[in-house]
Ligand binder design. Structure first.
Ligand code: BG6
Length: 475
């Protein structure tokens, strides 16, 4: 078995990290628009610091981002030049419903995505649309407390109904929530949750998770009604957790860590709350408020495919003495002595991708889609402004090799591969521009200065060759 002939090679971005034009075309304020760069960023993202307005003291990278809002034609033309078969992007909720609870959608916002989709289809690029990528209208945070409220299910349903109807001829692949498990780690920037002093944060998060799981199932139901050919996927911040040693205590700890993540996909893909989660809620004294019909809805509307991001594996130990913490997309992990890390401390583990693919396929038996992978690195242009990003090529090459083996040797059903940040964009964790993932360089720095000029890096031509050979030519 080799890669499918129609394998969806491409790249991925998110509205809040590329579009800019944060109040243009009647767009409303989204949660990411009030997340500043700099020292307050982490506290705001975690929901520990309430900041629902912009002020003069802070810099907000999403306000202009890379100005895809005005450059989309040029940018999609470059993706097409690389031979992209697929482009994953997200729709900004606040372009469609500026406040989230508006009675009518905003036509200007809908038209913007009409144009983006037309541009993709003109080049034969299959759109893969994330319905929400770290995106909630600020108005809904203020009025109902975001996903802690059941009302969000209705607002989300309306968003889905609107975009599914409008784009039913142009789009086939949809993702309901980007990295749904991120809700547990970055409750504000992923889901708009802000906590009150002394409240049971875990209870709030899991109730919000229930609302998102119900909303995801509703989206699946609506999608299949509007167009039975739609394919709906869930999206997990993926990666297997390794035990630090063969001590069974470590193995058990690692299994628990993985379950924290798989819990979401277990519901979205298998259609019911797993017993281990019910028991965990009992131990944590959490009772999830469900409405009549929720269980049936979840059971009857499981996803068509499972998508995930993968940057590197995670490591855990049962021994509290082991104190070698490193960063991994804000998930706690120990430092694995066998692995190299990126400049931001993310551990690089291509074999881990094969392991994750196998684990997910064994668990769900559904087609998989790698919708994010890549290396955030500092790029330094030479005297001609050219970037020789061999480090990025090496990283992506090794990960492509790993998923090819998973398909060829392990029989994994893989729909496609979209690298993260195919064009440089604002980093979600740090708000920096200097953490670059792209094949296309964008002249803009961490403070918002630069010409926004786009240029091709060495990896641009390399990836083009990879795509045209369907992954055969990797050197
Ligand atoms: C994922 C997100 O968590 O990782 C993206 O879905 C994000 O939005 C990506 O950008 C890479 O993370 P970072 O922090 O390097 O931008």
């Amino acid at each position: 078995m080799s890669l499918r002939k129609d394998f969806l090679w491409g790249g991925a971005t998110a509205a809040n990290q590329v579009e800019g034009g944060y109040l243009e075309g009647n767009k409303g304020l989204s949660i990411i628009d009030v997340v500043p760069a700099g020292k307050d960023r982490v506290a705001v993202k975690k929901g520990k610091m309430r900041m629902l307005e912009c002020d003069e003291q802070h810099f907000y990278p999403s306000h202009e981002a890379i100005d895809f809002y005005h450059h989309y034609k040029e940018d999609i033309a470059l993706l097409a030049e690389m031979g992209f078969k697929c482009y994953r992007f997200s729709i900004a909720w606040t372009r469609i419903f500026p406040n989230g609870d508006d009675l009518q959608p905003n036509e200007e916002g809908l038209k913007f995505y009409d144009r983006v989709l037309d541009e993709c289809l003109k080049y034969g690029i299959e759109p893969l649309v994330t319905i929400t990528h770290f995106d909630v209208p600020v108005h809904l945070v203020k009025t109902v407390g975001s996903w802690r409220s059941r009302k969000m299910v209705d607002y989300y349903e309306k968003l889905c109904e609107t975009i599914f109807t409008r784009y039913k001829e142009q789009v086939k692949y949809w993702l309901t929530f980007n990295e749904i498990n991120m809700l547990l780690h970055l409750p504000f920037s992923s889901s708009g949750l802000v906590f009150e002093e002394g409240e049971n944060e875990e209870a709030v998060k899991y109730q919000a998770a229930h609302h998102q799981l119900v909303a995801s199932a509703k989206a699946t139901e609506i999608a299949h009604r509007i167009n039975p050919k739609f394919k709906i996927g869930c999206m997990l911040a993926g990666a297997s957790t390794y035990p630090y040693t063969c001590d069974p205590e470590d193995i058990w700890k690692a299994m628990g860590r993985d379950r924290e993540h798989y819990f979401f996909v277990d519901v979205q893909s298998r259609g019911e709350y797993p017993n281990y989660a019910k028991k965990m809620f009992e131990r944590m004294n959490i009772s999830i408020k469900m409405e009549d019909g929720d269980e049936e809805l979840l059971r009857n509307n499981t996803v068509d495919f499972v998508s995930f991001s993968y940057y590197g594996s995670r490591l855990t130990s049962a021994d509290p003495e082991k104190n070698t913490q490193t960063a991994a997309n804000l998930f706690p992990t120990l430092r694995n002595p066998y692995l190299k890390t990126s400049e931001w401390g993310w551990q690089i583990d291509p074999l881990g991708l094969r392991i994750t693919l196998n684990t997910l396929y064994d668990r769900y038996q559904k087609p998989l889609f790698i919708v994010e992978n890549g290396l955030g690195a500092i790029d330094t242009p030479d005297e001609n402004g050219y970037i020789e990003d061999d480090y990025r090529i090496d990283y992506i090459r090794e990960h492509i090799k790993a998923f090819k083996v998973a398909v060829e040797e392990d029989g994994i059903d893989l729909l496609g591969y979209t690298t993260w940040g195919c064009i440089d964009l604002v980093s979600a964790s740090t708000g920096e521009m200097s953490k670059r993932y792209g094949f296309i360089y964008v002249d803009r720095d961490d403070t918002g200065k630069g010409t926004m000029k786009r240029s091709k890096k060495k990896s641009f031509d390399w990836y083009k060759k990879v795509i045209s050979s369907n992954g055969e030519e990797l050197e």
